[in-house]
Every structure is written in structure tokens, then in C-alpha cells.
Write a protein that binds this ligand. Structure first.
Ligand SMILES: [Zn+2]
Length: 76
């Protein structure tokens, strides 16, 4: 939590799940957090197939449990 206020109406996008930085809604994470993922994880998350939602859920579960982004391994 940064405690920094976001200007009202300045962003229509959702905040980054990991650090709450506003980001375009088409991205899963802001650029900073995305860079902390391993290349293999980034590749997996960029794949759009039948498992894309399951992988996104893994990402969210990982973030919600407070683990470092670099530790995330996408298994599906
Ligand atoms: Zn972030």
C-alpha cells in the first residue's frame, strides 16, 4: 500500500494488482511488475488459448498471497 491518492477520474483503467499503479486495462500488470516476472512466465501469460484465464488466476492467487513476482511459475 502506498497511500498515494489517485486523482479522481484521471484513469479509467484498473490498478495493477501487485502495486496498485494505474495501468491500461488490457495489461495484466504495470510495466514494472511485468518486468519482475521470469521470461517463461511472461511467455505463458501472453499466450491466448483455452488456459489463458487459468493462468491469469494463478497470477492473481500468487500476488494475493504476497509472494515475489519473480517466484511465480505458471504451470498450466
Ligand atoms: Zn505493478
Amino acid at each position: 500500500m502506498t497511500g498515494r491518492a489517485t486523482p479522481r477520474g484521471a484513469y479509467t483503467a484498473s490498478p495493477c494488482r501487485a502495486c496498485r499503479t494505474p495501468k491500461p486495462s488490457r495489461f495484466y500488470l504495470c510495466g514494472n511488475c511485468w518486468d519482475q516476472l521470469t521470461p517463461a512466465t511472461r511467455r505463458a501469460l501472453k499466450r491466448h488459448d483455452g488456459q489463458a484465464l487459468a493462468r491469469l488466476r494463478q497470477l492473481h492467487t500468487h500476488i494475493d498471497s504476497g509472494l515475489p513476482l519473480a517466484d511465480l511459475e505458471i504451470t498450466s
